[in-house]
Design a binder for this molecule. Structure first.
Ligand SMILES: Cc1cc2nc3c(=O)[nH]c(=O)nc-3n(C[C@H](O)[C@H](O)[C@H](O)COP(=O)(O)OP(=O)(O)OC[C@H]3O[C@@H](n4cnc5c(N)ncnc54)[C@H](O)[C@@H]3O)c2cc1C
Ligand code: FES
Length: 281
């Protein structure tokens, strides 16, 4: 069992947990992920590591409540115990002194993007961070981003804070020379940023989130196409070359279980929230 040391509300349905897991904290690195099973018999939920403290023996992850398992996770509080947390899984981010790095984090993935920004800054890079969110109320950890970055841009889909959308990046990219770009967030955002950096020849690393089961290379569910290779998100990634990734296939595969996921979410709401929008009581 893994005790939740603290629960931090980042925004509506966006939560950050810090859990007691000394054996994971001892090995965790930026870019890796955990598989969390909230309750016995529950689903395995892959979640990116967004912080770790080797001395305290804790590791943190942030999640957006989108379906049954993440909604269930949101009902846990500090002091509660999670049935299982496995990790660190996947390969760490490649952190070197590249020069000037553009670090883009979107939605809930702003949290793990900041761990990358911190590691890149500590390696001696000039770090320009972009925090992309739906609207002002979904922006979090800006002060932390400022600590790890030489400059921070904020962008929101509706323009309620910072730049409206990510199109402003075209101008930034044509004005300044970047040596590397890392992008972690919704797949459509990673695709868009990769398309923007392509004409400038900026090596662009994306962190892919295919549906996963075991997270250890055995089930094959997480396969992604990168260049002419079929790779496994869990053991070959989760980070890949954004200019070679087949994002459309990834989006299609992510949507393959939508009806089942929707049903499972509605049933969970019935059981735990006393009714839902489908009208049944
Ligand atoms: C390596 C990796 C790291 C991840 N890191 C994080 C993280 O740090 N924080 C976070 O909130 N989420 C993260 N995700 C996504 C997260 O695992 C899913 O949102 C979660 O499994 C959904 O479970 P659910 O039962 O709540 O919803 P489901 O019922 O399984 O799905 C609900 C909705 O979420 C979508 N969804 C399901 N799986 C994924 C997925 N893998 N990626 C994107 N959308 C998905 C479905 O298409 C559906 O629309 C990560 C995924 C991977 C593979
Ligand atoms: S999740 Fe099973 S092989 Fe990657």
């Amino acid at each position: 069992m893994y005790r939740i040391v603290s629960k931090e509300k980042l925004a509506h349905k966006h939560t950050l947990f810090t859990v007691d897991a000394p054996e994971i904290a001892a090995k965790a690195q930026a870019g890796q992920f955990l598989i969390v099973i909230p309750k016995e018999g529950g689903e395995r939920v892959p979640l990116s590591i967004c912080a770790f403290d080797r001395q305290e023996g804790t590791v943190s992850f942030a999640f957006h409540e989108v379906g049954k398992s993440t909604k269930e996770l949101g009902t846990f509080n500090a002091g509660d115990e999670l049935f299982n947390v496995t990790g660190p899984l996947g390969n760490p981010s490649e952190i070197k002194r590249y020069g000037k790095v553009l670090c883009v984090g979107g939605s809930i993935m702003i949290a793990p993007a900041l761990l990358q920004a911190k590691a890149l800054k500590e390696a001696g890079n000039e770090v320009i961070t972009v925090l992309a969110c739906r609207s002002e109320e979904f922006l979090f950890k800006k002060a932390e981003a400022e600590r790890y970055s030489d400059r921070v841009y904020v962008a929101s889909d509706d323009g309620t804070i910072g730049e409206k959308g990510l199109d402003f990046l075209k101008e930034v990219l044509s004005r300044e020379k970047f040596d590397r770009c890392t992008v972690i967030g919704p797949v459509v955002m990673m695709k868009k940023v990769s398309e923007m950096t392509r004409p400038f020849g900026i090596p662009t690393i994306v962190s892919l989130t295919p549906i996963m089961i075991d997270g250890m290379g055995m089930c094959g569910v997480c396969r992604v196409t990168v260049g002419d290779k079929m790779l496994f998100g869990c053991v070959d990634g989760p980070e890949f070359d954004g200019h070679k990734t087949n994002f459309d296939e990834l989006i299609q595969r992510q949507r393959s279980m939508l009806p089942e996921e929707r049903l499972s979410s509605l049933l969970w709401e019935h059981e735990h929230e006393g009714g839902c929008r489908c009208g049944r009581k």
